[in-house]
Design a protein around this ligand. Sequence first.
Ligand code: ACO
Length: 273
Amino acid sequence: MGDATADGRPETATEPPETGGAVPGLDEAGLLLEIDGAVATVTLNRPERRNAMTFATWRGLAAIGRSLPAAVRVVVLRGAGPSFSAGIDLGMFSGESGGLPDGSDPEAADRFIAELQDGYTWLRRPDIVSVAAVHGHAIGAGFQLALSCDVRVVADDAKFCMKEPALGLVPDLTGTKPLVEIAGVGRALELCLTARTVHADEAARIGLAEILVPRAGLDDAVRDLVGALLAVDAGAAAATKRLLWQAAGNTLEQQSAAERREQIGRLRALFGT
Ligand code: ACO
């Protein structure tokens, strides 16, 4: 595993990347984890099912978050095959791929869903920057996974769809908050309650894609972004992420105080004895 060089970029790999041996059960979860120095790449890896996700997938994602080496600064999420993810494995509705809870024990169902949400929430951790590389379909749980990431790099063939309400459900994998923050309540409502497909150009227009590239350029665009992210001081990056994520919920006074606190930490790190 190569360490970061002085400018923060990963060294050219001299050994094959690690493949998630430390996290058991990823194969069955349809996940592939590769760690190369400061960069972890998580691949949704059931292309024959368009990367449809099961409980095992969400638990696997949570396990990856828990076991991430401290050296990792950027996590890239991508999909194998023609789609990012077709969302929940529809076999779960028929019990074929593990049944959904029936809600008759609300406390148990609450705990159950919270555990699945853990697969998404760690992507907001300040010590990492999470990047979704989205191509093809990103439906339901797949759309929410992209929304959980800090930055979305989107190929021009991407199609987002929040399908849950059309199936009688609500989006519950932590996607409603970022969707509203990005697109506004009105647009979020219109997208969710019509379950319509948002194509890449519209996604870029309404802020769902920070970077829009031709499909063939997706990997290069992600590589360039990762390089740029790693070139920034790690402590400053974590502190800035903490600040930016709390800004919307803070008053100007609270945010100004948070900026002072973080800056004092940075000054201490840079110039303290
Ligand atoms: N769950 C289980 N299997 C799936 C899913 C899914 N969500 N999506 C696709 N597959 C399977 C298909 O059944 C098919 O299997 P088969 O080869 O045995 O027939 C295979 O993956 C390929 O699917 P196609 O439909 O042939 O692929 P295509 O590229 O034409 O279409 C698309 C892809 C648009 C994603 C389509 O498969 C689709 O609409 N899937 C369902 C999406 C959905 O409703 N997801 C639930 C969202 S709600 C939530 O996530 C909570």
